[in-house]
Every structure is written in C-alpha cells, then in structure tokens.
Design a protein around this ligand. Sequence first.
Ligand code: AMP
Ligand code: ZN
Length: 492
Amino acid sequence: MDTVLSVYNSLNGKKELFKSIIPNNVGMYVCGPTVYSNVHLGNCRTFMSFDLIYRYLQHLGYKVRYVRNITDAGHLENDADEGEDRIAKKARLESIEPMEVVQRYTLDFRDTMAKFNSLPPSIEPTATGHIVEQIELIKSILEKGYAYEINGSVYFDVIKFNKDIPYGKLSGRNIEDLIHNTRSLDGQSDKKNPQDFALWKKAEKVHIMRWPSPWSEGFPGWHLECTAMSSKYLGSQFDIHGGGMDLKFPHHECEIAQAESLNKKAPVNYWIHANMLTLNGKKMAKSTGNNILPNEMFTGENNIFKKSFAPMVIRFFMLQAHYRSIVDLSESALVASEKGFQRLLDGISKLDNLEHSETTSGFDVEGWKNKCYAAMNDDFNSPLLIANLFDAVKYINSIAICTQQISKLDLTKLSDLMHIFFFQILGLKTLKSNDGHNNNNRLNGTLDLLLEIRNKARLSKDFVTSDLIRNSLLNMNVQINDTSEGTTFKLN
Ligand code: AMP
Ligand code: ZN
C-alpha cells in the first residue's frame, strides 16, 4: 500500500514513515484494562486514542487485527511485584468470586466504550484464558537462561539479560540508573536483584487466584500475559504496540525483555503511547481518588462539574487534543467542545439542503481534502483535522446565506468527505435523545415538577401529599431542602 502515514515511534522518539510487515495488513496490540473497578475517564481517553488509530488504519485500507487484552489476573497493587492481586483484593473485600469481579467490570468497560462509539477489538483475550501459554513462555525463558526459580517463584534476570541485550531501550533508562534508583528489598523478596521481575509467583495460602505449574501453585506475573497473547495472535514480530504513557516502564520495557530473551529480535516495530488525562492538573488515577467515571459525566451526578456532558461531546473534546498531548478536564473546555461539536453537526446537516450553482466554487475542495489527510497522516493529528472541518463549516454556512457558491460536483465531494471524516474516522455520532445529558434534563424537569406540586400542597396545607412526595423522594435518595430562597434537591 502506498501511504504517507507517519507515526511517532516511542522507541526512538522520531516520526517514521509507517510500513507494515505484511503489505496491506496491520497487527496492533493494545494493553487493555485491569478489570477490578469501573474504568475512569482517563482510561477511556487512552482507548479512544487507539480507536482513532484503528479507524484511520482501516480507512486507509489496511486489514487490521486489533488485539486488546483484559487483565483479569496477575496485576498486583504495586508495580514492583508486591501487594495483593487487584482483582483478588476486590473479591475479598466484597466477598464474591474473583470472576464475578472480572465479569462486572469487563461488562462495564465494554458498555462504556460502546457509549463512546469505540469499535470493539478483533480479539479480546484474557490473562486467565492464557495460563498455559504463559507457563510455556516461562519454560522457554528458563531454558534460554534468562530466568531463575527460587522457592516456587520464577524471576526474569534483568542483569544477565542486559549483558547480552541492552535493557531499558524504550524508557531510556540504563541498568546503572536502575540499580541506583531501585530500593533494596531488605530480604522481603526472593529476587536476586531488585530490578528483576516476576514471571511466576508462588501463591500464599490466602491468595485465591492460583493455578498449578511446574514450579508451584501460583499465578503469572503481569508483564507476561501481554507477551503471551501478543505473540500468540500477532506473531513474534508485529507492527504496533500501544498503551498509555504510564505503561512504558516497567510494563512495556519488561515485555520487550521477555520477547527479546526468546527471539533476540525486537518484538514490535512501532510503539505508540497515548498521553494522560488530568483532573485539577494531576493525573487521573483510581488509586489517588483524583478521577471521574464516564457515567458520572453523562448523568451530571458528580461534585466536579455543574452540568452533564453527552458521550459524543466528551469524545469530541478528547479528539480536539493530539493523542500525545496531556489533556486537562475542565468545565469551560468541555462547554466549548459542546458548542463546537454542535456547530459541526449543524454544518453537516445543512449540506443536504444546500443549493449548488452553475459557476465554480469559492472553496478549493480538493486542496481542503489534502489538508485533512495531511493532518491525519501526520501521526493521527485529529485536532488539525477538526480545525479543517471547522473551515469547511464556515464555508457551508456562507453558502447557506448565499454569500458563497459551490458547484454540484464539489458539493457532493464535500458532503461525502465531511461524513467520512466526522462519522467514520473521528467516530462521532449525532446526539441521541437518550444520551446522558438529555436524560438528566428530563430527570431535573420531573423533579422540578414534583417540587412544584409539593409546594402547592403545602400552601393549601395538604401535608399528607407534601410529606408523601418528600418521603418517597428520600427513599430514592433524593433529599429535599426548604431554604429561604426556595426548595432545592440533592441526589445522595
Ligand atoms: P489499567 O486498567 O490501570 O491497566 O489502565 C488501562 C489503560 O488506561 C492503560 O493503558 C493506562 O495507561 C491508561 N490510563 C491510566 N490512567 C490514565 C490517565 N489518567 N489518562 C490516560 N490514560 C490512562
Ligand atoms: Zn500489557
């Protein structure tokens, strides 16, 4: 395929011309969520970034095999192989089966991403579904001499690996720095060196997620699942590996080491990392509590924003930033996106009723099309594409008020292209009446009506009715407050 797509490769910090290993085909692996809680909006941003990439590659005509895993075992609380398994901990706290935790949050994840109009991947494999493959990988790494077993656990020997193949290529860390900066383990761990990482961990008695293996009853290390699943479905060398920026180290660095210890060749040609969504200037993260759930944004039931936002407005807001830029979530920026999104939608809807003229157009549609493609071909520059779409809408509005003209041919071309860029490539949709913010408006309207009826009842001293309304709402966790300025309600 003859494309001029250039992609920023995190491996060397350069934009490179994209060339797939097999012509016309792309293998893409993206690290999926750890399903121990509802995905927050930051997680969603990363998956929306890769949805844009997936859509654009397909638009260019590539047959893409997009593998995005579900981490349902092995991801411990701490990246240094310490702490409890995140899913097992949630299961323990809620007294349910770990697989109930996995099921609940996998469904939430899929449901949320569907609301954002993200396409499902071609394959969505799970870590627990690939224990056998992971055990086989460990056996092979042991055979190659890059791992060691101690007390039923198996660790990757980073120091030994680094003697043969440099470790730290992706994150730009060298082994000396790592030795300097990793805290000593104070006899807490069986590892020979603190830089080593677990391939297999022997399960303590209390650990509920466990599988038999040649070394012990235990569970695989987090980094191993992605090597096992990417190589199984995409081969030992594939085109694109993605994830959020925070996964570069240690997760992706360890993946590279595992694969290179076996094959002595780089497993991935293009590493793509999406940047973080921040809230109040700090990374959105589950662990710090600095996060907001998509559903809280759709319904407006949160203490951060005064109004609700529809999934498509949020998607548009995300796409107005380049995937490699940090984005801070703020009410003013979201409101601006809401207006911009509506402006584009209005422009597109006008296209159907525009009159064409017999004369030539005052707008170079072909040149505009080339600018749109140039934006996307420059490392998926969606903000620049959107800026071009706004230019087109400005022109569409001028035609609508007859201050500009367009030929029949150009009108058809512009209309087709606007639809392709807006709906197919950016993955946007029109706002539906059941989108969150509309539901929320309706809910607010209904509550206002109930408060009005209650006030009328109170004025006519019909306290049976007014108390019925107050108590029934309270049962639904809606609290009514009578203040000097009127009656307000709060959702508890
Ligand atoms: P996890 O479920 O923690 O494994 O994370 C799933 C994905 O979300 C990973 O690719 C992370 O890099 C990404 N991620 C986590 N926090 C953020 C954030 N604040 N902004 C963007 N992506 C994030
Ligand atoms: Zn991964």
